[in-house]
Ligand binder design. Structure first.
Ligand SMILES: *Cc1c(COP(=O)(O)O)cnc(C)c1O
Length: 379
C-alpha cells in the first residue's frame, strides 16, 4: 500500500458485529466473560479497548512499525518511554528540545536518578563524546521547535547501534508522511498526536510505535501498569484525522513553502527558518531524510524588537495566536514570551531564539488569504 491508501485503510476493519465501516466508539470500561478468563481478548479498558486497538494498529502501519501504543497525551507517551530506565541510567538529547520534554526530563525524572545530557546534535561527534557506560538512550526530536533544525537520524542510529543504546525519535513535527524514523534506524518513534496526526485541534493524545516485540512488551506493560491511556472517543477522533493526513500534509508543505518564499523577500524580515530553504543550516540532511519540508515556518523581524513582534501577532486575522500546531487552521506564536519564556534571555539569544522570532504553523487555508494576512500584519 502507498501512503495515502494506508492513511485511509491501515488498522481498520469493518466492525465484526454490524459491518459498520467506521470503528465504533467502544465507550465501555469492561467486557463480559463467559467463564473466568474466557473472553474475546478484552477484559478492562485501561489494558485494551477496541477503538484504541484500531488506532494503535493504524499508527504502527503508518510508521512502518509492528506495534503502536496510545497514551492520554504526548507527555504521557514520553513518561512511559523514560520509565523503561532505572536510576543511574543516562540519556543524551538535543539542546533544542520541546519545552515539555525538557521539563519532564529535568524536573521529574532527574529526581529519580536518571541523568540527562543536552547537546548540539547537529554535530554528531558531540553526541558520541557524551556516551559512557551508563548511557542507555539517545533522544532525538527533528525538526526542532521553533528553530526547525534537522537532526541526522541515521547518524544517531549508527552511534546508538555501536554502543548498544536505544534511539528514540519524537516525530511530532514531521509525521510519518514526511519521515519514518524506524526506517532510518530508530528503535522507538514517539508522537504528540495532538498536532498534525489528529490535525483538527480537538484532541490531546500521544503514541509510541516500535518494531521490536520485546520493547513493545515492556512499553505495553508500563502503559497498563501506569495507566496513562486515552479514552475511546479521542481515539475515534484521531482515527478520523489520520484518514486525511496525506492531503493535509501536502497542503501544509505547499503553503509552508509559499509563506517561506514570501517572507524571505519581505523588506522587514531579517531571517526565515524553514528546512526547505537552500540556505537553511541543515537543508542537506532535510533533503536526504524527509520527503518534503512541512508547514512550520519561523521568522525574525529586522531590528529584533519584541514590541514589533507582539504588534505583528496582534494584527494577524487568520493566524490565530495560540499554543500548539499542526491543525488545519493557521496559528502563530511568540516563543520568547510564550513557549520559551522560562529560558534566561542571554541563553535564548545564544541559541538563536531572538526576541522578534515568530513561529507560524501554516494551515491549509487558501494561500492568497494567508499571504494577504502576512502582508497586512507585518506591514
Ligand atoms: C506538543 C508536543 C509534545 C507533547 O505532546 P502533548 O500532546 O501536548 O502532551 C511533545 N513533543 C513535541 C515535539 C510536541 O510538539
Amino acid at each position: 500500500m502507498k501512503f495515502g491508501t494506508k492513511a485511509i485503510h491501515a488498522g481498520v476493519e469493518p466492525d465484526p458485529s454490524t459491518g459498520a465501516i467506521m470503528t465504533p466508539i467502544y465507550q465501555t470500561s469492561t467486557y463480559v466473560q463467559k467463564s473466568p478468563g474466557d473472553h474475546k481478548g478484552y477484559e478492562y479498558s485501561r489494558t485494551h479497548n477496541p477503538t484504541r486497538t484500531a488506532l494503535q494498529n493504524a499508527l504502527a502501519e503508518l510508521e512502518n512499525g509492528k506495534h503502536g501504543l496510545c497514551f492520554a497525551s504526548g507527555m504521557a507517551a514520553i513518561d512511559a518511554i523514560i520509565k523503561m530506565l532505572k536510576p543511574g541510567d543516562e540519556v543524551i538529547s538535543t539542546n533544542d528540545l520541546y519545552g515539555g520534554s525538557y521539563r519532564i526530563f529535568t524536573k521529574i525524572f532527574q529526581n529519580y536518578g536518571i541523568k540527562f545530557h543536552f547537546t548540539d546534535m547537529s554535530d554528531l561527534s558531540k553526541v558520541e563524546a557524551l556516551v559512557n557506560e551508563n548511557t542507555r538512550m539517545i533522544w532525538v526530536e527533528t525538526p526542532t521547535n521553533p528553530l526547525l533544525n534537522i537532526i541526522d537520524i541515521k547518524g544517531c542510529a549508527a552511534i546508538s547501534k555501536k554502543h548498544n543504546l536505544l534511539l528514540v525519535a519524537d516525530n511530532t513535527f514531521a509525521t510519518p508522511y514526511l519521515q519514518n524514523p524506524l526506517d532510518l534506524g530508530a528503535d522507538i518513534v514517539m508522537h504528540s498526536l495532538t498536532k498534525y496526526m489528529a490535525g483538527h485541534s480537538d484532541v490531546v493524545m500521544g503514541a509510541v510505535i516500535v518494531k521490536d516485540d520485546e520493547l513493545h512488551e515492556k512499553l505495553a506493560f508500563i502503559q497498563n501498569a501506569c495507566g496513562g491511556t486515552p479514552g475511546p472517543q479521542d481515539c475515534f477522533l484521531v482515527l478520523r484525522g489520520i484518514k486525511t493526513l496525506h492531503i493535509r500534509m501536502e497542503r501544509h508543505c505547499e503553503n509552508g513553502r509559499a509563506v517561506a518564499q514570501y517572507l524571505i523577500n519581505h523588506p522587514k524580515v531579517e531571517k526565515v527558518l524553514w528546512p526547505g530553504l537552500p540556505d537553511h543550516p541543515s537543508h542537506q540532511i532535510a533533503k536526504e531524510q524527509m520527503r518534503s519540508y512541512g508547514g512550520m515556518v519561523s521568522f525574525a523581524l529586522k531590528g529584533d524588537r519584541m514590541e514589533d513582534a507582539i504588534a505583528t501577532l496582534e494584527r494577524f486575522r487568520y493566524f490565530s495566536l495560540a499554543e500548539s500546531l499542526g491543525g488545519v487552521e493557521s496559528l502563530c506564536g511568540h516563543p520568547a514570551s510564550m513557549t520559551h519564556a522560562s529560558i534566561p534571555s542571554a541563553e535564548r539569544l545564544k541559541a538563536g531564539l531572538s526576541d522578534s522570532l515568530i513561529r507560524l504553523s501554516v494551515g491549509i487555508e487558501d494561500i492568497e488569504d494567508l499571504l494577504a494576512d502576512l502582508e497586512q500584519a507585518i506591514g
